[in-house]
Design a protein around this ligand. Sequence first.
Ligand code: 5GP
Ligand code: MN
Length: 341
Amino acid sequence: MNTAQIQELKNHLSTPQKIVIVPHRNPDGDAIGSTTALYGYLKQLGHHCTIISPNDYPDFLKWMPFTNEIMVYEKQKTIADSLIQDADFIFILDQNAFHRAGDMETILTATNTTYVMIDHHQQPDDFATYMYSDTSMSSTCEMIYHFIDMMGHTDLITADMASSMYTGIITDTGNFKYRSTTSATLRVAAHLKDKGADSEAINRNIYDVNTPSRMKLLGVALNNLQILPEFKTAYITLTQQELNDNNFKKGDTEGFVNYGLSLKGIVFALIFIENKDDGIIKISLRSKGDFDVNLLAREHFHGGGHKNAAGGRSDLDMKATEQKLISILPSYEKALSDTII
Ligand code: 5GP
Ligand code: MN
């Protein structure tokens, strides 16, 4: 977005509008953080806002400010469809294409309104009138801070909004660990702390909420870990049966993939999680250094994301999905062995 576009948007937003805010399907901390922070901001400008999430989000995010205002599309499709059709503006956050909004893709594609995209994923689709896309950003939450700053309104950031944005920044950067964490990210985090984000409480709410069944599921996952040292690769599998046996709840597998990546010398880690309802294996991919999992996920697993963190899916069964990975790895052998970590 250039200065002229910012000014134009600022003019539009100077009078009350009907606004819908949409995170991606299976929203994570960044998706919920960015949508709720933007909600808090736009409400103060007097707009009529609704956050519509394609599906439900994990319990460990339900403490977050404004989450009681979130409408879940899967549960309230009719009302949600009419809000979307009526909207003057639709903000699409933490996603770069309508298909990332799952079942909402159809209504979003069919609705002719002014779209605003704020996102940090690679290769964004071209549907937004106002597109703030920056793949160098740590998180969409960091971008929401910059967006509010560009609008000249950092004075409107409340403690609740600051908590939302801080949450998305820590969840997308692995607590400021990944190299997407720039000096600007840390400055934004510092401003958010000044605005009232309680970093200790936020960390407790996000990371100290394990249940015994999640710990047991982690045990199963670690037991299933496969290491392919010749390809500097490690992967974990979890079948639907294993999930069921351990009282699986949405969000329980968050972060499991990082255990593979934490192994010394491993460059590429994946987790394959069977979802019998959707008839797919959901895949998370992570990497260190310059090994690009966004490209690999796009090419082989109908997915995408970022260079070091991407997602995708497989329509094959678990065994065949593992075989597929093993069959493609030789073509990445050089890239993997050349990756300096
Ligand atoms: P996660 O593995 O934590 O679900 O996602 C890692 C990153 O990849 C996130 O930025 C997420 O938005 C993105 N991502 C996850 N699943 C998909 C997918 O199926 N398609 C695309 N394009 N991106 C995904
Ligand atoms: Mn994100």
